[in-house]
Design a protein around this ligand. Structure first.
Ligand code: ASP
Length: 448
């Protein structure tokens, strides 16, 4: 489970990434103080963008390759439906718990009650135009028929589907369909495509290893760029925003910590023998990449690698459960949606009764599933939750200032949840009746 022969600390990628993250934070603050935002935007941020693009570049081939081989390797449709239904049930259950945690915290802490009138007006004015953009996007989403998400999931053009990171669910669908078809074909006929996709898979994993070598540079640049963008050339901006939105941010963070620190270890204790320390150490590299990229899709290759190497997640489970999780399982986003929706209502003085809170649970559950695994996607979907409970979506302006920073934290929680569920499913499969994956233990190899 753990690294049998750990490399020296300076050689371990996650330490180097962590160091890069800290240096990026320090640089961001210094740059804001020294007025280097233009220099940073011209010369530092592009390296972060390149890193993010490299990761996104391999997201679609990885989902295709791993899901197709993953589904096809499940040997029969019964196992596929068993693993599939368990995975979806646990994903839904953990997201439900995340929403309940978010609602419990925001209702007891009441972060919106303490926002003074003038701060509220200023925040709303400052982000007015941004909100209009998001509203337009959300309006398009909301105007569609209730079954539209299902329609969107089925692409009408395979090549086109494979070109859109935002619509990963249609890639998942395509891969799933092809995987099932290969499963049902005579072996000899299926083999050429299986070989092709498993070789694609292996190449992508090699690319991930290469990208991880330069990850510290990318992480440094992403963090430095984010801090300078948020603060402009005036660190006082950050201080002001944090002052006004501190309690709200802390409520979201507390929810994320509680969910990651209690729900996942409980899940692991119920299904696996993995202790919290092993789990969090094993998944830390993926959390760091999620934190710096704010994208579960971009982090997927790293999550898969960490889950297989450090948590003993079997390859067949990882290649099925993790791409699906990166697309539909967003527990961090769910916590955030619950807290943000109630916070905005509190700030605007709109009371929410039990029925409204139940509506939040229902819509946020669906909205988190529909959230694309890319930066800020949760913010757009939050508008749908606000509309459902009759809170004006202009209220979004109140939280925009800290959203990017919270996005980093919720994305880290999102990928943690995917890994925890993958570990639980692997353990369940090991103890499954015959037909199960005899010794399909993932390699307990060295953590990077
Ligand atoms: N950025 C998040 C993710 O990729 C989604 C969100 O905006 O909440 O997981």
């Amino acid at each position: 489970m753990t690294d049998p022969a750990p490399a020296p600390w300076y050689g371990r990628t996650h330490w180097r990434i962590l160091a890069a993250l800290v240096v990026g934070l320090v640089y961001g603050v210094v740059a804001a103080l020294a007025g280097w935002s233009e220099f940073t935007a011209d010369w530092i941020t592009p390296w972060g963008t390149i890193f993010l693009r490299l990761l996104l570049l391999i997201a679609v081939p990885l989902v295709l390759g791993s899901l197709i081989t993953g589904v096809a390797s499940l040997a029969d449709l019964r196992r596929l439906s068993r693993i599939g239904s368990r995975t979806i049930a646990i994903y839904l259950a953990t997201t439900f718990v995340a929403l309940v945690i978010g609602l419990a915290l925001v209702n007891s802490i009441q972060p919106g009650a303490s926002i003074p009138e003038d701060v509220r007006t200023r925040l709303q004015e400052q982000y007015e135009s941004d909100v209009e953009d998001r509203q337009a996007t959300a309006a398009e989403v909301a105007e569609r028929s209730p079954l539209q998400p299902l329609v969107d999931m089925v692409p009408d053009n395979a090549l086109f589907a494979a070109t859109r990171n935002r619509e990963m669910l249609s890639v998942v669908f395509l891969a799933f369909l092809l995987g099932v078809a290969l499963l049902r074909l005579p072996r000899a006929q299926a083999q050429p495509l299986l070989d092709l996709f498993s070789s694609l898979n292996a190449s992508i994993i090699k690319i991930v290893e290469m990208i991880l070598v330069v990850a510290p540079v990318g992480v440094f640049a992403l963090i430095a760029g984010t801090i300078t963008t948020v603060s402009g050339d005036d660190p006082a901006n950050v201080a002001q925003i944090i002052g006004a939105l501190g309690l709200y941010s802390l409520t979201v963070l507390a929810g994320l910590l509680l969910h990651a620190g209690v729900t996942y270890p409980t899940l692991l204790a119920l299904f696996t023998r993995i202790g919290p320390v092993t789990f969090f150490r094993g998944i830390s590299q993926a959390q760091l990449v999620a934190f710096s990229t704010s994208s579960s899709a971009a982090t997927l290759p790293v999550t898969m690698r960490a889950a297989e190497r450090n948590l003993g997640v079997s390859e067949e489970v990882a290649s099925f459960v993790l791409p699906l999780g990166a697309t539909i399982n967003m527990d961090g986003t769910a916590v955030y949606m619950a807290v943000a929706a109630v916070f905005i209502a509190q700030t605007l003085g709109i009371p929410l009764d039990f029925a409204a809170q139940a509506t939040i649970v229902f819509t946020a559950l669906l909205a988190s599933i529909g959230t694309a695994a890319v930066p800020s996607a949760g913010l757009v979907m939050l508008i749908i939750v606000l509309e459902a409970i009759g809170v004006p979506s202009e209220g979004l302006a109140l939280i925009l200032g800290v959203d990017r920073l919270l996005d980093m934290c919720r994305t880290a929680t999102n990928v943690t949840g995917d890994a925890a569920v993958a570990a639980a499913i692997t353990a369940g499969e090991r103890s499954a009746p015959p037909g199960g994956p005899a010794g399909a233990a993932g390699g307990a190899g060295g953590g990077a």
